[in-house]
Every structure is written in C-alpha cells, then in structure tokens.
Design a protein around this ligand. Sequence first.
Ligand code: CU
Length: 160
Amino acid sequence: MRRVKLVSISAVALLALACDPSSEESGSEETGEPSACAEETRAMSYGAGMEVMGEAGLAKIMLVDASPAPPIRDLNDWQLSLMDADGAPLEVMSIEVTPWMPDHGHGSPNPDTALLAGDETGSYELVNLDLFMAGYWEVHFDIEIDAETSERVTYGFCVD
Ligand SMILES: [Cu+2]
C-alpha cells in the first residue's frame, strides 16, 4: 500500500521520504514534541532587514522581509535587496539560488521557485522557496557580479 502511494507523489517528496524516514517518527515516540531545531547551532535567527555578507566580502544581501516570518517548513517568499559591501544597490549579471540541506546532501528542485527582479536596482523577490523538510537549510545565492567576479551569499535557517 505504502509503495503505491509513493509512486503517485512528486520526486521532491520522494526525496524527502528517502532522505531521513525515521526522524519524525522516532522524535515523537521519544519526547512527544519533536523539534529538528532545538539543538541547531548553525541557524541564523530571522529578523526583517537582516543582512548577510558574501564570502568574498564583495556583496551582501538584505532579507528585507520574509513571508511567512520567520521562514517555515513549506513555501516561502522573500523580499531581497542586493548591495555592494558599502550598502549601495548592486547590479549584477546573474544570480543562482540553491536551497540545500547540507546534512542530507539534497536540494529542493521545485519548478515554481523563482527569483524575480524588482523595479529598483538590486531588489528581488524570491518566490516559492520550498523548504519542504524539517531541519537545517542553507539558501545559497551564487552571484555573477561581472565576467571575472563572483560572490556567494548564504542564509541558514532551521525549520520545524
Ligand atoms: Cu533533508
């Protein structure tokens, strides 16, 4: 019965089930209140307007607003502002967004996830960011500033 059901659901959901099938069940059996985040030390605590500097120190991204706030295990929409290191709006060649669960080695390939450019320079909306599984997620923004210069900004959130 279980297998027949699995076949009919999406590849993303299959990945979730294959990834760590025991965590939710064992958690609730033992404590009655499973939390994937209670002991998570890598996660950032969300605040509207929070900023994360890129690894190369060349660009930063402000998470102007998240909806829902804080981010949840499910679909998320984020309003973003891309700036240079001094906080000036930054125009770039491209940005690639990769949601990633480092502990499980998988992403979240949802075809509805999109990064939309806003009206103002450096303003973006990330829609349908799919943090489909409880646990620690990284959201990588790989930014091609120009032909020779790239930057990576990473947000890290835990969702229950
Ligand atoms: Cu996972």
